[in-house]
Design a protein around this ligand. Structure first.
Ligand code: UD1
Length: 418
């Protein structure tokens, strides 16, 4: 298993190019199943989750090839309707296979995804929505069996929470349903807008993306598309916080500043110099930063996927701060690892109370999930001495060329195989 070794204390300086969004690419890849025509997706990050999805699509019967940062899918018309455990277990987003296959084949059997380290993450909202669209659902032998004998029919779906995945799965199925579907209380994340952009390029009739209500007028068939994925706002947030925690001066290129405004504004409030241009952001440390409380919320609120990185930064600022997690129930798993650097954090259910310490000292630490891993790397960059990060396969799910990008910014970081 690979490990990342960091000798901390270097100020990050220079330019970093932000990759395409992982969370946008995944549903867009599943959208290719909605058409028999070929499609081209550009600005795709090279990540384990993308490889898993490519493998998944090929298994289902959609020939998909990734070359560099471009993915091509080819003409196809015969899909399997069974998604086995081996493919589903690797990635929760695998449940997005359900929407398109239900729409195309009127049936899909997907192995239950199971829990994950950041919480139970049920898919009840996805299943309730499919039922509303006319599917019958049963659980047999560890599989969710979904069947819509007479095809899907448009419906009004009122989500109890604006779930990103449920919104995506509804979009991926209702586009080919008969009649009109209205989704109320939908997720407003930029990744939803990107998916809707793709679906409309394919000939779908969807309006309202980015608002609380999306309306889909079902169509009979969809065509292929060419699309460039939006920049990864979470990777961008991570590099902004990396600049702050190392007292550096970093220019992020290929970003959409609006998508990450909430993090930029918090950093500005903290005292960091943040200058946004059209597609770049410069983040420069000029004075000691002040702690800032945050509460994770759905977009445009503070993203839960940047929470752990924020906590790492707050740990090194003089004073107290409070970080409240409202999206996932188990997202403070990394706290015990941050304490190994010398962090002073008390977790009380959904809230982390942080008291700043003067410095971190490097330590051996273990990654429990993707964003936890990012927080530990940031802590290692700021710490005195050597940090050894193990279980880095979690990081490979979501950060393209992590060590290379950090090294280019001046970090003393390397990967070793052991
Ligand atoms: C997506 C992102 C993830 C991000 C999250 C919240 C991808 C691949 N992943 O995950 O990085 O952290 O959005 O911004 O895009 N829930 C239910 N029932 C459901 C569905 C969700 O109770 O049927 C709960 C979840 O357990 C969680 C909350 O709703 O507590 C948010 O989940 P959701 O928005 O669906 O996140 P994901 O789509 O899984």
């Amino acid at each position: 298993m690979d490990k990342i070794i960091i000798h901390g204390g270097k100020k990050l300086k220079g330019e970093v190019i932000i990759s395409g969004s992982k969370n946008s690419t995944l549903p867009i890849l599943f959208a290719t199943l909605l058409s028999d025509e070929p499609s081209i997706i550009k600005n795709v990050p090279s990540l384990a989750d993308i490889d898993t999805t490519v493998e998944f699509l090929n298994f289902i019967g959609k020939k998909t090839v990734k070359k560099g940062n471009t993915i091509r899918t080819y003409s196809s018309c015969k899909y399997k309707h069974i998604a086995p455990y081996d493919l589903v277990r690797k990635m929760r987003a695998s449940v997005l296979i359900m929407g398109p296959l239900l729409a195309r084949l009127n049936r899909v059997d997907v192995s239950l995804p199971g829990g994950c380290t950041i919480g139970a993450r049920p898919i009840d909202m996805h299943l309730d929505a499919f039922r509303k669209l006319g599917a019958e659902i049963s659980i047999e032998g560890g599989y969710i069996k979904t069947l819509s004998k007479d095809g899907l029919k448009g419906a009004v779906i009122d989500l109890k929470f604006p779930s990103v995945g449920a919104t995506e799965n509804i979009l991926l199925s209702a586009v080919l349903a008969k009649g009109k579907t209205t989704i109320i209380n939908v997720a407003k994340e930029p990744e939803i807008e990107d998916l809707v952009d793709v679906l409309n390029k394919m000939g779908a009739k969807i309006s309202g993306a980015g608002t609380e209500k999306i309306i889909i007028d079902g169509v009979d068939s969809l065509r292929g598309f060419t699309h460039e994925v939006i920049p990864d706002r979470i990777e961008a947030a991570t590099y902004m916080i990396a600049a702050a925690i190392t007292k550096g001066d970093v220019v992020l290129k290929n970003v959409t500043p609006k998508h990450i405004e909430v993090v930029s504004n918090k950093l500005k409030k903290s005292g960091l110099c943040v200058k946004e241009n059209k597609t770049s952001i410069r983040v420069k440390w000029v004075r000691n930063l002040k702690p800032q409380n945050i509460k994770t919320e759905v977009y445009p609120g503070f993203p839960t996927d940047a929470q752990a990185q924020w906590v790492a930064l707050m740990c090194l600022l003089k004073g107290h701060s409070k970080v409240e997690e409202t999206i996932f129930e188990n997202r403070f798993m990394y706290v015990a690892e941050l304490q190994r650097f010398g962090a002073n954090i008390m977790v009380n259910s959904k809230v982390a109370n942080i008291t700043g310490v003067d410095k971190f000292s490097g330590a051996p630490v273990m990654v429990s999930d993707l964003r936890a891993g990012a927080a530990l790397v940031l802590a290692g960059l700021a710490a005195e001495g050597k940090t050894v990060v193990s279980r880095v396969y979690h990081l490979d799910r979501g950060y393209e060329l992590l060590e290379k990008k950090l090294k280019k910014l001046g970090a003393d970081i390397k990967r070793v195989h052991s």
